[in-house]
Write a protein that binds this ligand. Structure first.
Ligand SMILES: Cc1cc2nc3c(=O)[nH]c(=O)nc-3n(C[C@H](O)[C@H](O)[C@H](O)COP(=O)(O)OP(=O)(O)OC[C@H]3O[C@@H](n4cnc5c(N)ncnc54)[C@H](O)[C@@H]3O)c2cc1C
Length: 504
């Protein structure tokens, strides 16, 4: 083993959405010395910058290549991509930038998290962004420049018109967390190029003498003196290294990475750890529990009119709906996508897709290490659609999508629904299609849940229960998934974490 590196004040483990925010914000104070460790590379494929190319990235070196275990709903494993490299998932994602609807943060207090309502998060949402829409409640001076596509694909604009014809509300700012209905969503695209967390936050901080970034560095486990976390053991360049933290270690390795690092360090459910051959350092049964995600079913349409080539992120317009009038907020998202996604019925060369996703799924799964080996594949089981209400929400969304597709604004496009197709006319066959052929919307959260009960992992200040000098600050702390794509929420959590660290 090499000799320990000089101590840092804070070590951040994982250079994704949250890690880049924290590296940047913490080093604004020249007195704080920060080390950022990232398993992936600093040099990502050229196509990362080119928005329409993002679907190809999930099978590139910028992704980990994970899949779930076989899901009971579909009888098959489900690919669950996550980013690997500076920027993390923000470097390979679909660039939709949207807060959850304000109502979806209300349940964050259910396990005891205090001070994390939408109103509490609002200053941090605003701090992240310069929103070109200038909509009420949006930020004006943050590192991320966000706005809707200037000229959305014509087929998507027709879908928006069709949604309004079908009786849905035309929203002004569907990214702001205050509205329901349909509108162009803000995107992380600036001047035609992706703006990742590494672009917006990390790049401007890289010249600071108090920030070291080590890429190709996989955190193996955390180092302890008694109950205090004092550093990290990591692998880089074929060797094992250690780095010492004077104040804190902050896990920002994402919903999959952070829980796995805790488990490899002997922090987790005693059964899970013993099964993997890891000695129990600190029993914390919630680690890896509460894994949940947005599953998404796709309605694939063929059109007679040629759909113009994509020039943005493919999904420029979306809507938030309630599956039932009794819902206390929107719980279904429809996203209009300007390409026909692969489908199980018949190949489609020219067309578009309507993605339908339950935004507040009740199904909960788990994540665990398969062994103490830091390079072994994890056991990921989101248990999609194990709760019937998630299926009911999707069925309601599919009914809304079909009504929109029948509206006059889309008539001129010569539409035919190929998948599931007209044969899926009754609820049973539509439900069967959704269950068998859904995919992950790539929004896993919740594996290091915030709260103060026996299933929570971090407290309201993101400190790991029962240990000192250790926090988690990324998508894994989210107790219940917000009702929109997750990245904007992760940025806000990380901004708040930077504040919490600065004050401690
Ligand atoms: C394909 C895809 C499409 C998506 N589309 C959207 C979208 O359009 N809009 C949206 O809002 N959200 C989207 N998301 C989700 C969103 O990007 C994530 O919720 C968000 O980026 C999570 O941030 P994070 O900081 O928690 O984790 P990440 O950004 O994933 O960062 C974790 C980092 O930690 C590193 N790491 C992990 N383990 C270790 C280790 N042991 N040692 C060192 N480093 C480690 C990883 O390599 C990674 O860089 C998408 C995600 C994917 C994968």
């Amino acid at each position: 083993m090499s000799s320990p590196k000089p101590a840092y004040d804070v070590i951040l483990v994982g250079g994704g959405s949250a890690g880049c925010v924290l590296a940047s914000r913490l080093t604004e104070n020249a007195e704080v010395r920060v080390l950022l460790l990232e398993a992936g590379s600093a040099r990502l494929p050229e196509s990362v910058a080119h928005p329409p190319a993002w679907p190809s990235l999930v099978a590139s070196e910028a992704a980990w290549g994970d899949s779930t275990v076989v899901q009971r709903a579909s009888g098959a494993p489900v690919p669950l991509p996550r980013g690997r490299g500076l920027g993390g998932s923000s470097a390979i994602n679909a660039m939709v930038f949207a807060r959850g609807h304000r109502t979806s943060y209300d349940s964050w207090s259910a396990h005891g998290a205090r001070g994390w309502t939408f109103d509490d998060l609002l200053p941090y949402f605003q701090r992240t962004e310069t929103a070109v829409s200038g909509a009420p409640g949006r930020g004006t001076g943050g590192p991320l420049t966000v706005g809707p596509a200037q000229q959305p694909n014509e087929v998507l604009t027709a879908c928006l018109d069709a949604a309004v014809e079908a009786g849905h509300r035309r929203a002004f700012d569907i990214s702001g967390g205050l509205e329901e209905g349909f509108a162009p969503v803000d995107l992380n695209i600036v001047g035609g190029r992706r703006q990742s967390a590494a672009d917006a936050y990390l790049a401007p901080a890289l010249g600071r003498p108090n920030l070291d970034v080590v890429t190709g560095a996989t955190a193996h486990r955390l180092l302890f003196e008694g109950r205090r976390c004092v550093g990290v053991e990591y692998g880089a360049g074929g060797r094992t290294h250690t780095a010492a933290a004077g104040r804190e270690v902050v896990l920002t390795a994402g919903s999959i990475g952070s829980a796995l690092i805790l488990q490899r360090s002997g922090i987790g459910s005693e059964d899970d750890l013993r099964q993997a051959g890891v000695d129990v350092r600190h029993a914390l049964p919630g680690v890896g529990r509460n894994l949940h995600d947005h599953p998404r079913a796709n309605l694939v349409h063929q059109t007679r009119q040629p759909v113009p080539a994509a020039s943005h992120n493919h999904g420029e317009i979306l809507g938030l709906l309630r599956s039932t009038p009794a819902a206390d907020g929107p719980d279904v998202q429809l996203i209009f996508i300007d390409i026909p996604l692969p489908n199980p019925v018949a190949p489609v060369r020219n067309g578009f897709t309507i993605g339908v996703s339950p935004m507040r799924p009740a199904s909960r799964g788990s994540l665990r290490i398969s062994s103490a080996d830091p390079y072994a594949a994890p056991v990921i089981d989101p248990r999609y659609f194990t709760e019937e209400e998630d299926l009911r929400a999707v069925l309601s969304g599919i009914a809304a999508a079909r009504e929109i597709a029948r509206s006059p604004a889309l008539a001129g496009w010569g539409i035919e629904e190929v998948a599931p197709g007209p044969a899926a006319a009754d609820e049973t066959s539509i439900a069967d299609y959704a269950r068998r052929y859904f995919g992950s919307y790539c929004h896993p959260v919740g594996t290091c849940m915030m709260g103060d009960d026996e299933v929570s992992v971090v407290d309201s200040a993101l400190r790991v229960h029962g240990l000192d000098g250790l926090r988690v600050a990324d998508a894994s702390v989210i107790p219940a998934i917000p009702s929109n794509n997750t990245n904007a929420t992760v940025y806000a959590i990380a901004e708040r974490a930077a504040d919490l660290l600065a004050r401690s």
